[in-house]
Design a protein around this ligand. Structure first.
Ligand code: MG
Length: 260
């Protein structure tokens, strides 16, 4: 057979190219492996990650729906471990900040929590509606809200409990309408949010106003009545931009919808 001479030639080539030469690379650099398939094509999902980064950083704004091709990506992100891990990073930073403060114990320190996708999760609803790929349907969404069965976001609930122990008062400011006060109260209490200083729902006077304007106005009322907003957490940029946003703001992930 012709295999032996070929093998000898191969070994000789390897020896001649490695003997007597200093290695060109003296230390090993971990080889990055771009996610590309045969022929260098991008693996589906990479562009959805870029899209998610764009919306989380507020570079992509005023979007109406999640791109259809990203339904699976967003669904896996939300139902898998990453959403929880990303949320934990945010709430952990919030806690490190809060406990570092030398707070005066005069009952005036408040932390503002948004509700949807911050305090309570509508993921059971969105999992049935394309994870944000479907246009917002207020009738269907309100039917879900009126069930009052939204679970707590676990990391937010932990932060809430720790802040209370620290002596910080909690104020919820939600874009839900005043008509949902009872169901929201019941839902919050059922999942572990048992106490708060104020629960602010969007009154009819704000109809036609953006969430940005409504939340800024309500925070300003808080400050004018003597409260200090030491922190503010929400899943929308409109929760944490505007006036009297608080000494520090914290943005939770939400790749499902955008509210201006
Ligand atoms: Mg929200």
């Amino acid at each position: 057979m012709e295999i032996l001479p070929i093998l000898v030639f191969f070994l000789a080539t390897v020896v001649s190219t490695t003997q007597g030469h200093e290695p060109l690379v003296t230390h090993h650099i971990h080889l990055l492996r771009p996610k590309s398939g045969a022929g260098g094509d991008s693996v589906p999902g990479v562009s959805c990650l870029s899209w998610r980064l764009g919306v989380e950083t507020n570079n992509i704004i005023n979007w109406k729906t999640v791109p259809a091709e990203c339904e699976s990506y967003v669904g896996h992100y939300l139902l898998g471990h990453q959403y929880r891990k990303d949320s934990k990073v945010v709430t952990n930073e919030a806690w490190l900040y809060a406990k570092s403060l030398n707070l005066t114990n005069d009952g005036k320190n408040v932390w503002v929590f948004d509700i949807d996708e911050t305090t309570l999760s509508n993921l059971p609803y969105y999992a049935d509606h394309g994870f944000g790929t479907e246009l917002y349907n207020s009738t269907a969404f309100n039917t879900w809200v009126l069930e009052g069965t939204a679970p707590a976001l676990p990391e937010s609930l932990k932060l809430y409990k720790k802040l209370l122990k620290l002596g910080v008062k909690v104020v919820f400011i939600t874009g839900s309408g005043e008509g949902q006060r009872n169901v929201t109260t019941t839902n919050l209490k059922n999942v572990g949010y048992h106490t708060w200083e104020k629960l602010v729902l969007k009154g009819s006077t704000y109809s036609g106003n953006t969430s940005y304007v409504y939340k800024s106005t309500e925070r300003t009322k808080l400050v004018k009545s003597g409260f200090r907003i030491i922190g503010n957490i929400g899943d929308q940029w409109s929760d944490i931009l505007g006036t009297n946003v608080g000494n520090r703001t914290f943005k939770l992930p939400d790749p499902m919808y955008y509210i201006s």
